[in-house]
Write a protein that binds this ligand. Structure first.
Ligand code: PLP
Length: 429
């Protein structure tokens, strides 16, 4: 008889700020020395637990998570999602892929009930980048092989996705990428019009309604509708990447809702996980999806649409409806943006260049890159988590959960005001 499996030991608490050489050393040896150094600079703690907007570290501290790179709109370990996933683990976590599987079917139905009109076909995948790959392949299958993306756009880092993630910092090492990718400026419909006039039906435009990693760039009103009209006029395929902006993050189910745009394919990720199990998806029109409908083996992945991931997705959608998460994100976002603007006001023009946001996606742009790193550290030192932006080094990003209470918002704002004051004194404008 084999020995019973014992749970992994949680590292013993250590004094605050003291590095835990065990985890950091294992990182250095096996996961990469750069990541080990980053973890040590941030205090050396290891995260070992979470719940709601809180993350717990092995030194006994509790952090308010206003970062999470856009994943935790429902907070960490939402009880309804955890319960659904537990049930699935106890019954049938992974499928044989021989028979039909009901959880995937119900999750697709639930998600399609909230996608823009006509986007009824759902392909589940395991990550955002995979969703981008899937949509690019759908576009290709339909004859759209001339890809257009936006400067500063972020769509993931697998090969196809990286080809449209327009940041040389991540692309250079891996060239050649997909050929024939054209970059246009996010928010500039005239530039897109000129490119589409040249490429015609071969074009496939990949767009975030608000650039997230690009530094919370919000296009001018009317841009999304104009993009959709241009794509329709030229017969171009439109992929809208809502991996960060969708699932209620902007205070609406999708960023495109504001201008009633229905693309050919919509990319969904991050929040779909319910903060519990990684899962992403592509929602597509019947026509765009036809190649996958015809041949179910054309684009497959062993773990794609697993019952456990789909149980999380299904519970997430149901929870969002029951708890009115989208409306909560809109209301909370408005209050938080006003609060952040107020806190930043004394530093505008010196340390802070601009505060912008929509729903619970808020960006604070600084005059100097250094301010972002300093503030991340200052906030971690005060037990609050915030994020930098991968494609915009001067922008600090907030993507808090919609489940925070007034006390947590207040705690965030006073902590941020304090951290800004210290940073402004250290980096005079
Ligand atoms: C808009 C957008 N698209 C795609 C991705 C890639 O998702 P993933 O990291 O799950 O591959 C991200 C991740 O930040 C994103 O923000």
């Amino acid at each position: 008889m084999s020995a019973p499996v014992r749970p992994a030991a949680v590292p013993a608490p250590a004094a605050a700020g003291e590095p835990r050489p065990d985890v950091a050393e294992l990182y250095r040896r096996h996961l990469g020395s750069g990541r080990a150094v980053m973890g040590t600079v941030l205090g050396g703690m290891a995260e070992v637990g979470s719940g709601g907007p809180w993350v717990h570290t092995d030194d006994g501290r509790r952090f308010l998570d206003f970062g999470g790179y856009g994943v935790f709109l429902l907070g960490h370990r939402h009880p309804a999602v955890v319960a659904a996933v537990h049930r699935q683990i106890d019954t049938h976590p992974l499928a044989t892929r021989v028979f039909l599987e009901p959880v995937a079917a119900h999750a697709a139905e639930a998600l399609a009930a909230h996608t823009p009109p006509g986007l009824d076909h759902i392909h589940f995948v395991n990550s955002g980048a995979e969703a981008t790959e899937t949509a690019l392949k759908l576009a290709r299958a339909g004859g759209h092989d001339a890809i257009v993306t936006t400067r500063g756009g972020f769509h993931g880092k697998t090969f196809g996705a990286l080809s449209v993630t327009a940041n040389p910092k991540y692309q250079e090492t891996f060239r050649p990428l997909l050929p024939g990718v054209t970059e246009v400026t996010h928010g500039d419909a005239a530039e897109l019009a000129a490119v589409l006039a040249r490429l015609g039906e071969r074009a496939c435009f990949v767009l975030e309604p608000v650039q997230g990693e690009g530094g919370v760039r919000i296009p001018p009103p009317g841009y999304l509708a104009e993009v959709a009209a241009l794509c329709r006029h030229h017969g171009a395929f439109l992929i809208v990447d809502e991996i960060q902006t969708g699932m209620g993050r902007l205070g609406s189910w999708w960023g495109v809702d504001a201008e009633q745009v229905a693309p050919d394919a919509l990319l969904i990720g991050k929040g779909l996980s319910g903060g519990v199990v990684p899962v992403a998806a592509v929602a597509a029109t019947k026509e765009a999806y036809a190649p996958f409908s015809r041949d179910p083996y054309l684009h497959t992945s062993t773990f794609g649409a697993s019952p456990i991931a789909c149980a999380a997705a299904l519970a997430t959608v149901r929870t969002m409806v029951r708890e009115e998460t989208v409306a909560r994100a809109a209301a909370l976002g408005e209050r938080l943006l006003a609060g952040v603007r107020q806190v930043c006001a004394p530093h505008l023009g010196t340390l802070v260049r601009e505060v912008r946001g929509k729903g619970l996606l808020i960006g604070i742009e600084f005059h100097r890159e250094q301010a972002v790193g300093e503030l991340v550290l200052e906030m971690v030192g005060r037990d609050v988590l915030v994020n930098h932006s991968l494609n915009s080094t001067t922008v600090l990003r907030l993507t808090p959960p919609a489940v925070v209470d007034d006390a947590a918002v207040e705690l965030f704002l006073t902590t941020f005001a304090d951290a800004l004051r210290v940073t402004a004194a250290r980096l005079p404008g």
